[in-house]
Design a protein around this ligand. Structure first.
Ligand code: ATP
Ligand code: MG
Length: 256
């Protein structure tokens, strides 16, 4: 369980005030919000990359303890250090004090998960933005984290590779890993269990996904663009069938 207790953080033009939030172990949480409303700031607070000026961030009731937290930041260029893909992941493993004899198999496994197994010896600077993002994701998967945070990690991925990422969310959940992802593509909330909505540093909603899908008014009030898929799910009240194929079948039935 991750708890944010009365967390406060003040920047000259932005403030998080007494934020309280509890995330259960093994759930997938989507943090949504338009640009500059605090998504990245919030996940950095959870990951311990920035400290709250007041309040606490607790993991199972303790300050960080021995929990391994993986974070994939918004811009992959800021997270790749080495020239070779293998060396980059090996460096992360070294930082997490993983024994050297495990490197080969962990690196292979992680690159396979992001469908980059043929790039083990590639030069990182030759990779496309989406490939770099996948290497950063592999870096974090390799450490077998307890909590995995993705900050807009799907942005550079093409449509089919986005599906690879969503399958990784599911897989991590099945392994008991807590998954937190931020997004301003609100159709991605269908891959979450619970959805948080940030507005100007305040959490204006934190609800079960089904509840949000049934009634999108929280997004409308904040002026979000509502994508057709979410509008359809809401209109058809098809909250248990959010898969594209299933939705299409429901629509076909209606159009007959
Ligand atoms: N180190 C900092 N110093 C001052 N202000 C900051 C700092 N980091 C973030 N901010 C401000 O905090 C606000 C929230 O930024 P944040 O990056 O958390 O938003 P976001 O929701 O992730 O946006 P985006 O969708 O563009 O990624 C912004 O107004 C930003 O300018
Ligand atoms: Mg951000």
């Amino acid at each position: 369980m991750i708890e944010l207790v009365d967390v406060c953080l003040k920047y000259p033009k932005f403030e998080i005030k007494n934020l309280n939030l509890t995330i259960k172990s093994g759930e997938i949480v989507a943090i949504t919000g338009n640009n500059a409303n605090g998504k990245t700031t919030l996940v950095k607070l959870i990951a311990g990359l920035i400290k709250p000026q007041k309040g606490k961030v607790l993991f199972d009731g303790q300050k960080k303890g021995d929990k391994k937290i993986g974070i994939v930041l918004q811009n992959p260029d800021n997270q790749i250090i080495f020239n070779k893909v293998y060396d980059d992941i090996a460096f992360t493993l070294k930082n997490y004090k993983v024994p050297k004899e495990e490197f080969d198999s962990l690196i292979k496994e992680a690159l396979k998960l992001v469908e980059m197994e043929d790039f083990t010896q590639s030069e990182t600077f030759t990779l496309s933005a989406g490939q770099k993002q996948r290497v950063v994701i592999a870096n974090m998967l390799a450490i077998h984290p307890d909590v995995m945070i993705f900050d807009e990690a799907s942005v550079y991925l093409d449509t089919s590779t986005k599906q690879v990422l969503y399958r990784i969310f599911k897989r991590l959940k099945n392994q008991g890993v807590t998954v937190i992802f931020t997004t301003n593509l609100i159709e991605e909330i269908v891959y979450a269990d619970r959805v948080a909505v940030l507005d100007n540093g305040q959490m204006v909603a934190f609800k079960e996904k089904e509840e949000v899908l049934k009634d999108l008014s929280v997004f409308r009030k904040l002026g979000f663009y509502i994508p057709l898929k979410l509008a359809l799910i809401e209109q058809l009240q098809s909250i248990d069938h959010v898969d594209d194929e299933e939705l299409l079948e429901i629509l076909k039935g209606r159009l007959k």
